[in-house]
Design a protein around this ligand. Structure first.
Ligand SMILES: Nc1ncnc2c1ncn2[C@@H]1O[C@H](COP(=O)(O)OP(=O)(O)O)[C@@H](O)[C@H]1O
Ligand SMILES: Cc1cn([C@H]2C[C@H](O)[C@@H](COP(=O)(O)O)O2)c(=O)[nH]c1=O
Ligand SMILES: [Zn+2]
Length: 202
C-alpha cells in the first residue's frame, strides 16, 4: 500500500539581513502560483520600508502582501480556498504567530515564514527560533560579509557609519543606511561574558 502524503507543514527561511530571505520567499510564492495554488501573503505593519502593501527584496523584486497589526488577523483574511500562507519579516510578530502557523499547518496549509533569526546583537530574534524548532523545513541563508567577503550570518547595526553599541532598541526598521551584513568574526558586539576565565582556545 502506498503511504498517504498529508498536506500541511511549516517552512522557515531565516538568516541575517541581505541573505536573500525575501527573494527566496518570493520565488516560492511564484512557484506555488505556477502550480495553481492559492497563496495569501502577509507582512507586519511595522515594516514601513518600500511599498507598504508588498514584500520587497533589497534587489527590487516584489509581490503584493496584506499588512497585519498582529498575526491572529490572518484568520479574518484567509478563505477556505487558500493552500499556502506566506509571512515575511516574521521576527516582528508576537509569539502567538507560532500558534497561528501551527494551527494553519495542522489544517493542511503550507506555511512559509521568512525572518531574521538573530537581532543586531546576535541574540535570537522574537518568534523565529521557536518557529525553526517546530518547522518541518528550515533554510538558513547567508549574505556576503561586507568586511571580508565571507559568509555573513550576522547583521551589524550602524550609527553614523560605524558599529553601533548593543543598547539600542531591538526593533529599528531600516536598510543599508543602518545595517550591513557581517560574518561571525567581523560582527562587532560586546564581549561575551559567559566563558570561564580558564577557556582559551588555540
Ligand atoms: N552583503 C550582501 N550580501 C548579499 N546580498 C546583498 C548584500 N548587500 C545587498 N545585497 C542584495 O540583497 C539581495 C537580497 O535581498 P533580500 O532578498 O531582501 O534579503 P533579506 O530579505 O534576507 O534581507 C541580494 O540579491 C543582493 O542583490
Ligand atoms: C538586525 C535587525 C534588523 N531590524 C530590522 C531592519 C529591517 O527593517 C528588518 C530586516 O529586514 P530584512 O528583510 O531582513 O532585510 O528588521 C531590527 O528591527 N532589529 C535588528 O536587530
Ligand atoms: Zn567577515
Amino acid at each position: 500500500m502506498n503511504p498517504v502524503t498529508r498536506e500541511g507543514w511549516i517552512e522557515v527561511i531565516c538568516g541575517g539581513m541581505f541573505s536573500g530571505k525575501s527573494e527566496e520567499l518570493i520565488r516560492r510564492i511564484r512557484r506555488a502560483r505556477i502550480a495553481r495554488q492559492n497563496v495569501a501573503v502577509f507582512k507586519p505593519a511595522v515594516d514601513t520600508r518600500y511599498r507598504p502593501e508588498a514584500v520587497t527584496s533589497h534587489n527590487g523584486i516584489q509581490t503584493d502582501a496584506m499588512m497585519l497589526e498582529k498575526a491572529t488577523q490572518i484568520w479574518e483574511k484567509i478563505s477556505p480556498e487558500i493552500n499556502v500562507v506566506a509571512i515575511d519579516e516574521v521576527q516582528f510578530f508576537e509569539d502567538e504567530v507560532v500558534t497561528v502557523a501551527q494551527t494553519l499547518a495542522d489544517r493542511g496549509i503550507r506555511v512559509i515564514c521568512a525572518g531574521l533569526d538573530q537581532d543586531f546583537r546576535g541574540v535570537p530574534f522574537g518568534p523565529t527560533p521557536t518557529l525553526m524548532a517546530v518547522a518541518e523545513y528550515v533554510t538558513k541563508l547567508q549574505a556576503i560579509c561586507v568586511r571580508c567577503g565571507g559568509s555573513a550570518s550576522r547583521t551589524q547595526r550602524l550609527l553614523n557609519g560605524r558599529a553601533a553599541g548593543t543598547d539600542g532598541p531591538v526593533i529599528q526598521v531600516g536598510a543599508s543606511e543602518q545595517y550591513e551584513a557581517r560574518c561571525r568574526h567581523c560582527h562587532e558586539v560586546a564581549v561575551r561574558k559567559s566563558l570561564p576565565k580558564s577557556f582559551s582556545p588555540s
